[in-house]
Design a protein around this ligand. Structure first.
Ligand code: CP3
Length: 344
């Protein structure tokens, strides 16, 4: 059965495709000069996200440059905090900051019990604007963060690499942690449903920091909550789960996901086999190769494509988001070369 005309969706569902689809995490971002100009006009990253016209404009910028196979909503996983009345700001070089992080029961009890998804209605407007522009020529990916990954920011209050507070909560106060995770899960269910109602064609769940957890913890503090979100989605949309773990892939077998995004430390074929070839894969080109010359980029593309020796079930992407130091011409070379070399 052909589920969709879009290459991305066909590959997610392991249907026959003429070539490997490609899109790039953070494809609308700081490596593009036009992005920087629009961000300036919006008065910064948060201003950009909250402005449906400009958020739509930057979503489309990479598509004007490159023949990519999908758009992704321009937003951030942390906007869900609008529903918790936690104000998010971004500082240049520092990233996201919550001035009032959740460290105690008292902090949590100050937050609203009834969550209001209409606080995120600016995202609906952005989605509608993008869908109007795409005219169904390309699919649009919507997304949320996993409750665990979002919790790391709500509890730490910033983009720490140490994770002192969340690790301490995990060790000493799992009741509070579970209450935080339940709140995020509840908000995320309403938020993701709203994105789907407004027309996103696939949903990606970013679990960037699931890798901090041991195998048991990974299920109990991350996957369990993701399962709860997925089981509450009653419209069929393909789900891509982004994992930066290097092990524990077998734990994913029983989840109701259609595709797993993996980072560059993993091997596509090895992970595909661990998942019994039943779940498609997205990834996992190392962004650092984009700083090399085209000859090196090409040979690395060949290696990535060869590491997935099957007819379908692979979506080409980076292993992480594209960084601001990449030359946009290298992205052009990447997209063209992947499309050419993977053509059957
Ligand atoms: O991929 C896309 O183009 C869609 C938009 C998108 C952004 N962030 C825009 C963004 C998506 C899907 C995200 C996901 C996200 N956000 C994650 C999960 C994926 C990952 O990267 O691990 C996380 C952990 C966040 C939280 C976040 N947002 C951090 C920690 C930072 C600062 C670090 C950084 O990369 O700058 C951001 C900022 C951010 N999110 C930018 C963009 C384009 C850069 C903001 C700027 O222009 O100043």
């Amino acid at each position: 059965m052909i589920s969709s005309k879009h290459l991305l969706i066909k590959s997610i569902y392991q249907e026959k495709v003429d070539r490997t689809p490609i899109w790039i995490m953070r494809q609308a971002g700081r490596y593009l000069p036009e992005y920087l100009r629009t961000k300036e006009k919006a008065g910064g990253f948060m201003g950009l996200i909250r402005n449906p016209e400009l958020a739509c404009e930057v979503t489309l910028q990479p598509l004007k440059r490159y023949p990519l196979d999908s758009a992704i909503l321009f937003s951030d996983i942390l906007v869900v905090a609008d529903m918790f009345n936690m104000s998010l700001r971004f500082e240049e070089k520092k990233g996201p900051i919550f001035d009032n992080p959740i460290r105690t029961e008292k902090d949590l009890n100050k937050l609203p019990i009834d969550l209001d998804v209409t606080k995120l209605s600016y995202v609906n407007q952005t989605i509608n604007n993008i869908k109007d522009e795409l005219k169904d020529n390309l699919p649009l990916i919507g997304f949320i963060g996993s409750p665990w990954t979002v919790a790391t920011y709500l509890v730490e209050g910033n983009s720490t690499k140490k994770f002192t507070h969340i690790k301490s909560m995990l060790k000493n106060n799992t009741i509070l942690l579970k209450n935080v995770l339940n709140m995020i899960t509840k908000g995320s269910i309403d938020y993701v449903k709203q994105q789907i109602e407004n027309g996103v064609d696939a949903v990606m769940i970013f679990d960037t920091w699931g890798s901090l957890l041991s195998k048991d913890e990974y299920y109990n503090f991350s996957l369990k909550y993701i399962n709860e979100i997925i089981s509450n989605i009653n419209t069929k949309v393909p789900i891509i789960y982004y994992s930066r773990t290097t092990s524990n892939f077998d734990t994913l077998k029983n989840m109701n996901i259609d595709c797993v995004g993996i980072s560059s430390e993993n091997n596509l074929q090895a992970v595909y086999e661990l998942l019994d070839k039943k779940i498609s894969l997205q990834g996992n080109f190392d962004v650092r190769f984009l700083k090399s010359d085209n000859k090196v980029i090409k040979s690395e593309i060949v290696k990535t494509l060869d590491s997935f020796p099957y007819d379908t079930g692979h979506i080409f992407n980076l292993g992480t988001g594209i960084t601001p130091d990449i030359d946009p011409d290298k992205v052009s070379y990447l997209v063209d070369t992947v499309q050419e070399l993977s053509s059957k």
